[in-house]
Ligand binder design. Sequence first.
Ligand code: ADP
Ligand code: MG
Length: 200
Amino acid sequence: MTKNLISRLIAKIADSICASADDLTKLDQAIGDGDHGINMRRGVEALLKQGDDISRQDFSTALRKAGTAIVMSVGGASGPLYGSALLAMAKTASSMPSNQAEVGVVVAAGIDAVKARGKSDAGAKTMLDVLIPVHREIENGSSIDRIRRVAEESATATKPLLAKKGRAAFLGERSIGHIDPGAKSAALIVHAVCEVLEKR
Ligand code: ADP
Ligand code: MG
């Protein structure tokens, strides 16, 4: 069960990221250096390569191995950020979460790690602007449909924000008017996870 779920999560996230890699790159061309799609693709390819091993592990070890694979394979800011999120989630999750409240606790640990590593918080026009509202919905016990919608809307809502972290921050006012690439990839990951959990 656990093994199947982990391998399905990896497969769905990888599908979604690969299908949207060009879009992520285009977003990053507007306010960054145009490599977010490439970085994210490299990350999911590393997960797929180690997928058999990762999905054989207990939940915490699987998260740790996934985090390590991403930190080792992805350059750019997003690799260490997503990687540290997974490593922190691995430390918090003693076993596969069995209800939404437990999922919330694990996700919170991931968000705290991104905040610490990125010296960032909500409103800086980053992946946190999707992850934080999604976490709030998880904690509120919202439906999968609502969580998915909030992820999408939160990514879109980064458009008018002024970037305060990452490469986009160097653009100052010129970062306004574009969706943050990391917010978009975070929304894609949330959508992929929702789709797998919904069919469980
Ligand atoms: P790089 O910026 O090094 O080229 P990527 O293009 O892969 O790396 O990732 C960029 C994304 O990483 C941004 O769109 C943003 O969401 C996220 N990001 C960058 N810096 C930070 C930070 N300090 N805190 C949180 N997220 C960040
Ligand atoms: Mg980039």
